[in-house]
Write a protein that binds this ligand. Structure first.
Ligand code: SF4
Length: 355
């Protein structure tokens, strides 16, 4: 079973007539398309819209991205999660500056060789910016094809992905294919009509006539997706150290979870009040006042943090003998630091940011 040419054509026309106006569709600048595709991975479109506009104002081209300071980049990415995406964008921009004279390569083959650009992103840039006849297959496209072709196997498996991609490929060899509109049509259909959660809107779908899952009333149980491994649960204790004016922040290591971002000091495990006092004593930090703050939970893709937090009022933070990855910041300075949303409960508790 494969996507019929007639249906590919209907989907292409549907997109050309009905598509939404989105900021990255204002022109065909491959840089704008690239950044939007990376931002939209694993992030809802509503969350991306405003962030994207600000990002484009601050870093309007590859050259500005290649030389942006890491802290500024992290701030621009704040709230979108998966920060390694931003770091990889910058690395890739640097390679484009060095090896391609600052100009985004024009073909899928060249794009897919760049660091951080996989087959989906290369396909999206090549087709949308340069109208190259290549697919851009992501989870949305796999879901549509699994339903259309009634493929019941696990959509997470490599074999199923291959079967579904093969079902799509023949239409790109057709003379009349308009890759730019076809690929964006698939993306738009997956976001608005053949949706992942809840029932798809088949009555509005240009593929409905030949969609097998629709014909057989199976749209709710296809695609089948095997369960992911359970997330690791991790207990954390945060020490929110402050003096009259400043809060203590720790800059995380440059690799691993939340790499290079700022956080409140903390350790693994949950501590009693007595243990917190002992810990401060070990560090020779005077505890003037100790207060337990509300608990918080943050879910990452593979790990869940269960946080208990203690506010610790102490002496002038700047007088403490601190390791170099710890810095005392005023509220105003903290508003500019890239603190990930994992700490939102405490950011909000202290009103440390206006958004
Ligand atoms: S007819 Fe329904 S299930 Fe089939 S592709 Fe369209 S929206 Fe998805």
């Amino acid at each position: 079973m494969e996507l019929k040419w007639n249906d590919a054509e209907k989907l292409t026309e549907w997109y050309e007539k009905n598509h939404r106006t989105l900021p990255w569709r204002e022109n065909r600048d491959p840089y704008r398309i690239w950044v939007s595709e990376i931002m939209l991975q694993q992030t809802r479109i509503e969350a991306v819209l405003i962030k994207y506009q600000i990002f484009m104002q601050e870093l309007p081209d590859i050259a500005s991205l290649a030389k942006v300071e890491d802290d500024k980049l992290m701030r621009l990415w704040e709230g979108l999660g998966y920060y390694s995406r931003a770091r990889n964008l910058k690395k890739c921009a640097q390679v484009i500056m060095q090896d391609h004279g600052g100009e985004m390569p024009h073909t899928y083959e060249q794009l897919v060789r760049l660091p951080g650009i996989g087959p989906y992103t290369a396909g999206a840039i090549a087709s949308i910016a340069f109208n190259e006849a290549v697919p851009a297959v992501d989870g949305n496209v796999l879901r549509i094809l699994a339903r259309y072709c009634l493929v019941e196997d696990d959509i997470r498996s490599a074999e199923t992905k291959k079967i579904l991609q093969d079902a799509l490929l023949p239409v790109y060899a057709h003379d009349g294919v308009r890759p730019r509109s076809l690929n964006q049509g698939l993306m738009e259909l997956g976001q608005l009509v053949c949706v992942p959660n809840g029932a798809p809107f088949c009555a509005q779908c240009p593929l409905a006539e030949n969609c097998q899952a629709y014909a057989q009333g199976r749209t709710q149980d296809i695609p089948f997706r095997s369960a992911l491994h359970a997330r690791r649960q991790q207990e954390r204790t945060l020490f929110i150290l402050r003096d009259g004016k400043r809060f203590l922040l720790h800059k995380r290591a440059d690799n691993g979870l939340l790499a290079g971002l700022y956080e409140f000091a903390g350790i693994d495990g949950h501590l009693s009040e007595e243990d917190v006092r002992k810990k401060m004593e070990e560090k020779q930090i005077a505890v003037w006042h100790l207060k337990r703050l509300p608990d918080a939970k943050h879910i990452f893709s593979h790990i869940e943090w269960h946080m208990q937090a203690w506010e610790i009022r102490t002496d002038e933070l700047r007088n403490l003998d601190l390791p170099e990855d710890y810095t005392a910041y005023t509220k105003e300075e903290m508003a500019l630091a890239a603190i990930p949303s994992a700490f939102k409960t405490y950011i909000d508790y202290y009103g440390l940011r206006s958004h």
